[in-house]
Design a protein around this ligand. Structure first.
Ligand SMILES: *Cc1c(COP(=O)(O)O)cnc(C)c1O
Ligand SMILES: [Zn+2]
Length: 436
């Protein structure tokens, strides 16, 4: 089992004077502490490092009550947020897939079942609450699609204006439709996601809007609850925690959030360091800077300027949360792997064959698990949870391409029967031919 490194003393942390109600922001680079809500702040004012939300106390499972994200209020900066409500997503059993992949237990945590169809909702319920706390009236994000759909919906719910920047021609239809109907102003940038984020960061630095990309440390607090739900539910079913959590990686916000969830549970005493699940990230071959960094052992990631994949939600070349996520993968004994678009589409079909409808990026987790199982990195005795991040209907074009084509038939029952019979005969002949 991985030895979990705990950079701070495991006993009660010293609460800095910057804290408000036991909550503060700490720079992961220089260690400087900042007040949490006194000003709009995304990175460290001293060194521009990433910020992390810190707490005077760490949660234990017996403190949680209610359902959804706010069940975990004891682990969050507030008791409530702008809610639709989110979280409480299914942890599916997928017996056929479990057998074909060849692990002891395979579960699928389907985050596509959140209100706007992706896990981004968990971050937004907390993030939009913070926006109200600091008193801004306009929200903004760069997005490969799902962040914009979630921000538009939560902005609308909270009565705030929203502005989203998207890479032109690279966002799945369902996501644009959501952002549009929920009333966001949509700007299509002639560039990729990373270019959009560069612009939004400058806009928000100039005070034009409040940034709700996963660079915003409060979003990751909401997303931490994915880990809490997985651990609670898996434990309730199996009497132990899963060995490994496999997830698609774009900006690596979820990877960072899960790692933070585990660290806080370890500090709270409910999770033994040896029981921390191995964080295993999956990227598309055409956008795999994190995999490159994990494989080379580098301290940071090198930005990829040209990225391409059918999994548009993870078509990202400059994962902003890498400094938080790389230690998470390493310290938990996990790994990262890249999969081809074909492997992603195959996994999307396999999940659909179990009734679980996901968008391409989500299927990357299952494709990555299969690959790591085949190469022997994942053992057949492992209990594994794959995260599926977004719903099938997010990208109807990719789903239609991956699925079977509709068959035109004449307008008569006899013709339909003949068509079905013909097809069945054809299928049978094919099977016989393969046998003999
Ligand atoms: C945002 C998103 C991801 C990437 O998550 P990160 O936290 O940025 O790594 C993966 N899949 C889907 C469907 C997403 O919307
Ligand atoms: Zn700093």
């Amino acid at each position: 089992m991985a030895e979990l490194s705990l950079p701070d003393a495991p006993d009660a942390p010293e609460v800095p004077s910057a804290a408000t109600d036991g909550v503060w922001l700490r720079c992961i680079d220089c260690g400087h502490d900042h007040p949490p809500f006194d000003a709009v702040r995304y990175t460290c004012g001293e060194c521009d490092g990433l910020l992390e939300v810190r707490y005077a106390t760490h949660p234990t499972f017996d403190e949680f009550e209610g359902s959804g994200v706010w069940r975990y209020a004891a682990a969050l900066p507030f008791d409530s947020g702008v809610t639709l409500p989110e979280g409480d997503t299914p942890l599916h059993r997928v017996p056929r897939l479990e057998e074909s992949v060849g692990v002891r237990n395979l579960r699928v945590k389907h985050e596509g079942m959140n209100p706007t169809g992706s896990f981004k909702d968990r971050g937004m319920t907390v993030g939009v609450r913070v926006a109200r706390e600091v008193g801004v009236d306009r929200l903004a994000c760069a997005s490969t699609g799902n962040t914009s759909a979630a921000l538009a919906a939560y902005g609308a719910r909270g009565g705030l204006e929203t502005l989203v920047l998207l890479p032109q021609g690279k966002v799945a239809a369902g996501k644009i439709a959501q952002a549009s109907l929920h009333g966001a102003r949509i700007l299509e940038v002639d560039g990729n996601f990373d270019d959009c984020l560069d612009i939004v960061r400058e806009l928000t630095d100039r005070g034009e809007a409040y940034l709700l990309n996963s660079l915003n440390p409060f979003r990751l607090e909401g997303q931490k609850t994915i880990g809490l739900e997985i651990l609670e539910e898996f434990y309730a079913d199996e009497g132990r925690f899963p060995d490994r959590i496999v997830l698609p990686v774009g900006n690596a916000g979820n990877t960072a959030a899960l790692y933070k969830c585990f660290r806080e549970l370890v500090r709270g005493g409910d999770l033994a360091p040896g029981d921390v699940p191995k964080l295993t990230g999956v990227q598309a071959e055409g956008a795999a800077p994190m995999v490159e960094a994990v494989e080379s052992g580098a301290d940071g990631v090198e930005r990829w300027d040209d990225v391409e994949t059918v999994a548009t939600a993870i078509r990202i070349g400059n994962p902003v949360n890498a400094p938080k996520a790389l230690p998470g993968i390493r310290e938990t004994g996990g790994t990262a792997v890249a999969v081809s678009d074909e492997e992603i589409t195959d996994a999307q079909r396999e999940l659909a064959g179990e009734g679980v409808g996901v968008e391409p990026a989500s299927a990357a987790s299952v494709a990555g698990l299969r690959k790591l199982r085949e190469s022997g990195v994942v053992d057949s005795g492992e209990d594994v949870v794959c995260l599926t991040t977004g719903h099938l209907l997010k990208d109807p074009d990719a789903a239609a391409d991956a699925g079977a084509d509709p068959e035109p038939v004449p307008d008569s029952t006899d013709a339909v029967l003949a068509h079905l019979a013909g097809r069945d005969v054809g299928g049978l002949l094919g099977r016989l031919r393969r046998l003999f």
